[in-house]
Design a protein around this ligand. Structure first.
Ligand code: AMP
Length: 400
C-alpha cells in the first residue's frame, strides 16, 4: 500500500454514522477508498466497511460503545488508521444539516463555530445535535486534526428572497423562521456533474429530484439553486419515507386542539409515522417493499408519492420560467425505473418524454431523442462533495 494523505467524511444520522475515506490527491472525481457505516448507535453499535469495489472489508459489534459517540469515533479512527497503515488522515468533514441564515459555504470548525452550531440546534433540534456530537468528540480527542462543517442548507443561499419567505409577520423572519432548503450537498454534486457532462443543459433550467428516504426537488438556473421544496425543516414538500411533506397547517392545529396530542406526539407522527409508511397503512417506508407488494394501499402510496412530485415539479417549473432538463437521483431516483416512468408520465405537458429502454437501463440520458426536455439519471455522492469541500477549505488556510 503506497503512502497517501486521506480525508474522512462523516454523516451522522439519528441512529447511524456513515463514513467514507478519500485520497487527498485523488482529484475531484476520484471515488472513495472505502466506505462504511456504524448502525444502531443508541443500543448495539454495529460497524461495517467495504472497499471501493464494494467488497466487504470488516464487520464488528461494539456493544460497550452504545450511546457513546466519543468511544465510537475513537474506534472508527483507530480502525481506519490500522487498516490504512501508511496513510495519514489530514482532515475530517462533517455533514451538518442546518447552517442557519449566515453560512453560505463550508467552514473550518473553531470553538466559535461549535458554539454557533449549538445555538442553531433550535432550528433543527432532531438532527443538529447528532451532527455536532462527532465534531465535539474529535475536537477533544484530536484537537490538531482539522475539521470542516459542510452545511446542507448552504447551496440554497442563492435563492432569491421571495423564495425564502413565509407570509407571516416580519419579526418571525428576523428570528430565522424562513425557508432554507436541504439536500444541498447532493444538489451541489449534481450541478457539478452536469457542468462536466452536459454543459449546455447545466447552463439552463433544470429540476433535480433527490428521491431517497428523505425527498426533495431543487430548481437549478445555470447551476444555482433558485427554489426548492424543503423549507424551514426537512418536513416540507414531497411525500417521503415516513414524513408527509407539505401539510395544511390547519391539520397541526386540529391535532393539537381537537385531538389533544402533545407537541412531541405530533413531531413523532410527522417524522416517523407518516409519508409512504403512513399512507400504505404501515406496510413500509421503503419503496422497494411497496413496489413488490400487491396490497392496494401500497399502490396508493406510490400513486401519491409520484403525483405530489409532478405537482411540485409544476411549481418549480414556474419558478424557473420553463424546463430544459430533469434529473433523478438518490435511492429511488437512481434505481426505480417504475417510479421514474410514473413521474414522467405526468410531465408530458412540460416537454418530458422518456425513452423506455434507456429508462430501464437507468444511467445517464433516459429521455427520447425528440423529447424537448432532457431527462437524466445521475448517481449522487454527498460524501465525494464533502471531501472536495474539506480539501478546498483546508487548503484555503481558513484560520483554525
Ligand atoms: P436513500 O435514502 O437515498 O438511501 O434511498 C432509500 C430509498 O431508496 C428507499 O425507499 C429504498 O427502498 C429505495 N431504493 C433503493 N434501491 C431501490 C430499488 N432498486 N428500487 C426501488 N427503490 C429502491
Amino acid at each position: 500500500m503506497k503512502m497517501a494523505d486521506t480525508v474522512l467524511t462523516l454523516n451522522a444520522g439519528s441512529s447511524s454514522l456513515k463514513f467514507a475515506l478519500f485520497d487527498a490527491h485523488g482529484g475531484e472525481d476520484a471515488g472513495a477508498l472505502l466506505r462504511g457505516l456504524v448502525e444502531e448507535i443508541p443500543t448495539r453499535p454495529r460497524f461495517s466497511a467495504s472497499s471501493a469495489d464494494c467488497a466487504p472489508l470488516a464487520e464488528d459489534e461494539w456493544p460497550d460503545a452504545a450511546n457513546d459517540f466519543p468511544a465510537i469515533i475513537d474506534r472508527l479512527i483507530g480502525w481506519i488508521e490500522a487498516h490504512r497503515g501508511d496513510n495519514r488522515l489530514i482532515a475530517v468533514g462533517h455533514r451538518v444539516v442546518h447552517g442557519g441564515p449566515a453560512h453560505a459555504k463550508p467552514e473550518r470548525v473553531t470553538p466559535a463555530l461549535l458554539g454557533e452550531l449549538d445555538r442553531l440546534t433550535r432550528l433543527a433540534p432532531l438532527h443538529e445535535p447528532q451532527n455536532i456530537a462527532p465534531i465535539r468528540a474529535l475536537a477533544e480527542s484530536r484537537p490538531e486534526l482539522p475539521q470542516v462543517a459542510c452545511f446542507d442548507t448552504a447551496f440554497h443561499r442563492t435563492m432569491p428572497a421571495v423564495a425564502t419567505r413565509f407570509a407571516l409577520p416580519r419579526n418571525f423572519e428576523t428570528e430565522g423562521v424562513r425557508r432554507y432548503g436541504f439536500h444541498g450537498l447532493s444538489y451541489e454534486y449534481i450541478a457539478g456533474h452536469l457542468a462536466l457532462t452536459a454543459p449546455g443543459l447545466a447552463s439552463g433550467r433544470v429540476i433535480v429530484a433527490h428521491l431517497g428516504n428523505g425527498a426533495s426537488l431543487c430548481a437549478l438556473k445555470a447551476g444555482k439553486s433558485i427554489d426548492t421544496t424543503m423549507g424551514f425543516s426537512t418536513l416540507d414538500g414531497l411525500v417521503m419515507g415516513s414524513r408527509p411533506g407539505t401539510l395544511d397547517p390547519g391539520v397541526i392545529l386540529h391535532l393539537l386542539k381537537e385531538r389533544g396530542m402533545t407537541a412531541d406526539e405530533v413531531e413523532n407522527l410527522l417524522y416517523r409515522r407518516s409519508g409512504l409508511l403512513g399512507i400504505s397503512g404501515g406496510i413500509s417506508s421503503d419503496m422497494r417493499v411497496l413496489l413488490g407488494s400487491d396490497d392496494p394501499r401500497a399502490a396508493e402510496a406510490i400513486e401519491l408519492f409520484t403525483y405530489r412530485i409532478a405537482r411540485e415539479v409544476g411549481a418549480l417549473a414556474s419558478s424557473l420560467g420553463g424546463l430544459d432538463g430533469f434529473v433523478f437521483t438518490a435511492g429511488i431516483g437512481e434505481h426505480s425505473a417504475m417510479v421514474r416512468a410514473l413521474v414522467c408520465a405526468r410531465l408530458g405537458w412540460l416537454g418530458v418524454e422518456l425513452d423506455k429502454d434507456a429508462n430501464e437501463r437507468g444511467d445517464g440520458l433516459i429521455s427520447a431523442v425528440q423529447s424537448p426536455a432532457e431527462v437524466r439519471v445521475i448517481a449522487t455522492d454527498e460524501e465525494r462533495m464533502m471531501a472536495s469541500h474539506v480539501l478546498r477549505t483546508v487548503r484555503a488556510g481558513h484560520p483554525a
